[in-house]
Design a protein around this ligand. Structure first.
Ligand code: XIL
Length: 299
């Protein structure tokens, strides 16, 4: 196959990309994105601050630019993200307790009803665990509403759009030996045992020297899949874009039948949130990097 998306589709998977609405007018960017990928995640446009800037006033202008571009170009859409400590609008940052809990529920209902039946996977909850060795939840205003905030978010999401796969998404959870990975695993196991609706786990996979790729990522994906959830690589970028590491990640996903696909977090290095790391598959001029070829050959 000659594109990443078509190559991934040979095994029933997707190869996706994070899209920024304000870059779609850049023809080099839009041409590559339309050609190479068959899944799209909005890099920022479906986040809480973008979709509900004032309480009760939803705004889907930017989100729909990404969504409509994706659908018009034949791609499926991953929704990102509904409940998160970061990129909250000011009004939400200032809430706590029952008012914040209700605002979270209202937000999930508002966004998911707008896209009802249209989103393949939703990242319902993002980044709820702490880094380091504690295995604890991350302290946040949402966590302080009560430890059950995550399951409430998932139950709300299931009722709002039963057709979407509901994912928990996090970073620094790719290495099986890390406490954060084990904490996330225990939560998913508990949810499955108690019937909390969760369908998938997203591994962001922002690899760099502080949190490098480890070959036990495949074990991690296999162990989560064995709990009865799908898995996905949701925000892949690799500091320095080692072709070998990119191929390893793709091969890890391909080795796990419940791995739905891989999404890279941007098109060209210059589009990356970590542009200085040159972590992506395309050069700034739109040409393919060695990592691109490694990924295509692995798929
Ligand atoms: C990042 C975006 O790429 C940036 O443009 C933005 O300024 C901050 O957020 N984990 C996530 C993503 O789940 O939403 C983040 O995206 C990167 C880390």
């Amino acid at each position: 196959e000659s594109t990443l998306g078509a190559a991934a589709a040979q095994s029933g998977r997707y190869f996706g990309v994070a899209i920024a609405a304000n870059r779609l007018s850049d023809s080099t960017y839009a041409t590559i994105a339309a050609r190479e990928f068959n899944s799209v995640t909005a890099e920022n446009e479906m986040k809480i601050d973008a979709t509900q800037p004032q309480r009760g006033q939803f705004n889907f202008t930017a989100a729909d630019r990404v969504y409509n571009w994706a659908v018009q170009n034949g791609k499926e859409v991953r929704g990102h993200t509904l409940a998160w400590h970061s990129q909250q609008p000011g009004w939400m940052q200032s809430l706590s307790g029952n008012a914040l809990r209700q605002a979270m529920i209202d937000h999930i209902n508002g966004v998911m009803s707008h896209y009802k039946g249209k989103i393949a996977q939703w990242d319902v909850v993002n980044e709820a665990f702490a880094d380091g060795s504690s295995g604890a939840r991350r302290d946040s205003n949402l966590q302080r509403t009560g430890n059950d905030w995550i399951e409430v978010a998932f139950r709300t999401a299931r009722a709002a759009d039963p057709s979407a796969k509901l994912c928990y998404n996090d970073y620094n959870v790719e290495n099986w030996t890390w406490a954060k990975t084990q904490a996330m695993y225990n939560m998913v196991r508990d949810f499955k045992q108690r019937g909390v609706p969760i369908d998938c786990v997203g591994f962001q996979s922002h690899f760099n020297s502080g949190s490098p790729y480890n070959s036990n990522f495949r074990t991690t994906l296999q162990n989560f899949a064995a709990l009865g959830v799908d898995v996905a690589v949701t925000e892949l970028d690799i500091q320095g874009a080692s072709p070998t590491t990119y191929a390893n990640v793709v091969n890890d996903c391909l080795a796990v039948s419940r791995c739905l696909g891989v999404t890279v977090w941007g098109v060209r290095d210059s589009d990356s949130w970590r542009a200085g790391d040159t972590p992506l598959l395309f050069n700034n001029d739109g040409s393919k990097k060695p990592a691109y070829t490694a990924v295509l050959n692995a798929l």
